[in-house]
Design a protein. Structure first.
Length: 139
């Protein structure tokens, strides 16, 4: 699987009677078997406030890589796909439970995430051989 892009953003209210401004969207675009796909993860914006509980990072943006600031919302879809590779067959994922959201971040090897963003900046892609490479293995 070739990861082509990871990005996140806050939704903006388009109409006064919608609740879009309470949500963030994180997207990961990848190519698998010659087909380009994008997984859109929609989640409650409030969960961004818990990033210090879910990750080892002390601030947001989390890190700089390839001249780009990488924010928490930029890694959410990536983490979901790494934790549950079956999501590559879906277009959308909606997470409304903080417990479900937190479960995706458990066991992720956060020290390896910058290499994905470095490769995206330098080579316009990252070849993901196995999602297990980003899961902390028991000793």
């Amino acid at each position: 699987m070739l990861i082509k892009e990871c990005q996140g953003y806050e939704l903006v209210k388009e109409k006064s009677n919608t609740s879009e401004d309470f949500f963030n969207r994180s997207e990961i675009t990848f190519t698998e078997d010659g087909v380009e796909k994008t997984l859109h993860v929609l989640y409650v914006r409030y969960f961004d406030e818990a990033f210090q509980e879910l990750t080892p990072y002390g601030q947001d943006p989390l890190f700089n890589e390839g001249g780009k600031e990488v924010a928490f919302k930029d890694i959410v879809a990536l983490v979901c796909l790494l934790k549950n590779p079956g999501l590559r067959h879906r277009k959308r994922l909606y997470i409304s439970s903080k417990q479900e959201f937190a479960a995706y971040f458990q066991g992720i090897d956060f020290e390896k995430l910058p290499e994905i963003f470095r490769s995206l900046a330098q080579k316009n892609g990252y070849e993901l051989r196995s999602p297990l490479d980003f899961i902390v293995q028991p000793v």
